[in-house]
Design a protein around this ligand. Structure first.
Ligand SMILES: Nc1ncnc2c1ncn2[C@@H]1O[C@H](COP(=O)(O)OP(=O)(O)OP(=O)(O)O)[C@@H](O)[C@H]1O
Length: 356
């Protein structure tokens, strides 16, 4: 059974042995040659205590050296970064009381050494055509690249669908913002859709770690799909956070962290935005206007901040006259007119999009 480990470490490990990495080329050669192999990455005191004999090689890592050395019995020991081959033909003698669920000697040894030393241990099976990674209590059998590619492609398609749904709910939010009809329920719906998109993104990132260079195209597709979502999320956070001191970066970071570990309920999402206490879904909430004002071309963020300091909310900015806008620091008559026109155009566009 595979034990849990934090996602980050898993993806680090997967990247370390992903296609495109020299170590993967070496492992694949060993796999094809059917000699089998046992590789320990890292040579610290704990590893030293389980190593018995072997040849001190101390040469730079190369896939073909690994392949040649794997023809010998015993384990190959690399440095932490996997850039040097330190020992070959080493006998490993881990504590036999360290539990192992494996049956063959190579895999039992690999699992025990990993548990005992916390080093990454890679077992390449001679007979079964599998590569198994161990570190601490974590065990992972690398999957065939074509299987991961299929999964990643499915995840991209799912991501596309969820992105469409998210975009739809963001444009609905815009309409409601101009109509002054946003409720907590509407805001939560948008946040949950962000959550879904981030969830699929996380899943994709795990596949991409394992795919290495084979996942380049999928990574491009993912980046393009998600290009503007972080900015959009931060503008929504700025618009609806309980107060303006809340840092959108921090909220977004926490949001992404939480998406890793749990399904988020409404209260968690509202708390992230600094809203404590009971709110009803149908209660009204008013945006400050960061997101809409950000759509006006060439309007610097300092001016947006000044507008929000002065008027506090989007509806009030919208209903301000050119003269009112002109009063705001940094805004002259020309810019005041541009803001008025800009808001009018965005409103028309928003309503026109709704008709589609
Ligand atoms: N303690 C150890 N230290 C170093 N190498 C070991 C150790 N135990 C086993 N090996 C290596 O593993 C090889 C194969 O062992 P065995 O067939 O029992 O393993 P296995 O887990 O069934 O793996 P495979 O699927 O490759 O057959 C040995 O010839 C030896 O090179």
């Amino acid at each position: 059974m595979e034990e849990k480990k934090t996602e980050k470490s898993i993806s680090d490990i997967l990247q370390f042995v992903a296609p495109g990495a020299p170590i993967r080329e070496g492992i694949d050669n060993v796999l094809r040659a059917k000699t089998g192999g046992l590789i320990v990455v890292g040579y610290n005191d704990k590893v030293r205590s389980v190593v018995d004999g072997g040849f001190h090689i101390n040469s730079p890592f190369s896939p073909s050296y690994l392949y040649e050395l794997a023809k010998m019995d015993g384990a190959i020991i690399l440095n932490d970064a996997g850039t040097k081959i330190l020992y070959a033909n080493a006998q490993l003698a881990p504590d036999v009381y360290v539990p192992s669920t494996e049956t063959g000697m190579r895999h039992r040894t690999a699992e025990r050494v990993a548990r005992q030393t916390n080093a990454l241990v890679i077992a390449i099976s001679q007979r079964r055509n599998v590569i198994t990674l161990y570190q601490g209590g974590f065990r992972y059998a690398l999957k065939d690249i074509s299987v991961i590619l299929t999964k990643a492609n499915q995840a991209i398609q799912t991501l596309e669908k969820y992105k469409v749904v998210l975009d739809q709910s963001i444009s609905n939010l815009s309409v409601l913002e101009f109509e002054e009809l946003v409720t907590y329920g509407d805001l939560l719906q948008v946040l949950h859709r962000f959550e879904m998109v981030l969830r699929i993104k996380n899943e994709l990132l795990t596949y991409l770690s394992e795919l290495g260079t084979e996942g380049r195209l999928i990574r491009l597709q993912m980046n393009e799909l998600l290009a503007d979502i972080e900015e959009e999320a931060m503008l929504i956070i700025r618009d609806y956070a309980h107060n303006r001191d809340i840092k959108p970066f921090e909220v977004l970071y926490k949001f992404q962290e939480l998406v890793h570990s749990e399904v988020l309920d409404d209260n968690v999402l509202l708390k992230l935005l600094g809203h404590h206490g009971y709110v009803h879904h149908d209660d009204a909430i008013c945006p400050r206007g960061y997101r809409v004002l950000n759509k006006i071309p060439r309007l610097p963020i300092v001016i947006i901040e000044n507008l929000i300091t002065e008027f506090e909310s989007l509806p009030k900015v919208c209903s301000a006259s050119v003269d009112d806008l002109d009063e705001v620091e940094g805004i002259g008559e020309v810019r005041a007119r541009k803001i008025k026109e800009g808001l009018k155009l965005i409103k028309e566009q928003t309503f026109a999009d709704r008709q589609l």
